[in-house]
Design a protein around this ligand. Sequence first.
Ligand code: HEM
Length: 479
Amino acid sequence: LQPNRRLKEAGDKIPGPPAAPIVGNIFNFKVSGPTFVTNLLESQEKYGSVYKIWLGPTLHIFISEPEDIQMLLTSNTLITKSIAYKNLRSWLGTGLLISTGDLWFKRRKAITPTFHFKILEDFVAVFNRCADILVNCLEEQVDKGPFNITDYLSNCALDTVTESAMGTRINAQTDPKNEYVQSILDMSHVTTKKINNPIYQMEPAYTLTGTKKEERSLLKILDSLPDQVIQKKKETAQNGITKKVTEEVEGVKKRTAFLELLLNMLKDNHPAFQSEQDVKDEVTTFMFEGHDTTTASLSFTMWFLGRHPEIQEKVYEEVSSIIGEEELRQEDINKMKYLDRVVKESLRIFPSVPAIGRTVTHDTVLPSNGMLIPAGSNLVAQIIVTHRRADLFPDPMKFDPDRFLPENAKGRHPYSYVPFSAGPRNCIGQKFAMLDMKAIISKIIYNYKIVAEEKLDTNSALIIRSDNSPMVTITRRER
Ligand code: HEM
């Protein structure tokens, strides 16, 4: 549990909160929970734009200068995720988010074509269908007073990713017995408990804890949905149905790209997919990454729109000039320029992934101040802190979508805004997410007027989410 001497010496030169022997900062610096973001912002204020904490023997160096973030994210060598991600392994296995080296490279190369814009065009039809179901589900809340809209949004986001990328319909929105969404939330909390406690890093000790027991039972639920999804897909593939582009499988038009491709690669003995577990790890990763981040961002955007009626009206005006009798297509969604800025601004103040970390595999120097970052430490890009810096975004907590008008963004460092990360390990689902979210929001605002209560509680466990909020009231728009 002692850091090596070199790490200790380099760490001692970097400012940071006082660390206790052995445990370091685990009691005075929580890397999750409701105070996480304030913690980051206050530490930045107190120690400057580069500071460190010790979690047991591991050194974590936090950065927020755009040029330092650029160095980290564009590096082709600093691609190994930080030690904290190890705690996700029991759940996400070798999936793209946490794998590294040659395996990550092969997988990324194999999966990238499945997010081609032509495939996304087919996915947009799914986003439309799921958003229409959401609008119907919300009908039960019209004029009924405040309710938490996040529950509706998360089931919709889960339906869109499962039906599009996996080609399987699970009807999360209309099936009340779905434990998966809650289990993801619980598993995120288990994972951050593990990150916060270095004792939990020692497997024999961790095995004896209640947290491990909770993890085991959650994994049973979290494993079962990807299993079902793969099984359903394999059955339809055996029937030869998936080969026909216009064919329908259980009422779902064949639009599969991702999972079908993975199963084909497994059949063809592709070096990136050697076992069924490899496929399952990716399905689990994409179902988690593909719906949880999107849900969080949708919830925050709904809150902002519900608090800013004038901005909501501008969105309404824009979407009602585009939505018509026909299904929305990709080009229609791309025309929603104002809504695009609204979502971007919401992701600035609440980036679903508030910070990302890399293991420093070789000594590295920070461009902003020439500080040595030693091999063996972890660098953490505090996306949320950078997004809220007043020197980069004046009056940072003001919700102002027009910050993203090209004329207003001129001169801003390109790495001062990175909600989807950047460089070789950027978010593979960025375009997917923007189309999905814009389709969903446009349909909600086209049909309903939203008013949100002021209270918004946030909580961080891997990603930043709204906690039991936003509470909103909806009324039907008459046209
Ligand atoms: C608002 C929505 C989203 C946000 C803000 C977001 C953000 C991010 C960020 C910041 C990363 C980098 C994480 C890191 O370096 O540790 C990432 C990676 C990733 N995202 Fe997203 N994401 C979103 C939606 C999606 C969707 C819809 C999918 C899939 C359909 C997806 C799949 C992934 C995957 C697989 C990775 C790992 C990529 C790699 O390491 O090669 N994300 N995302």
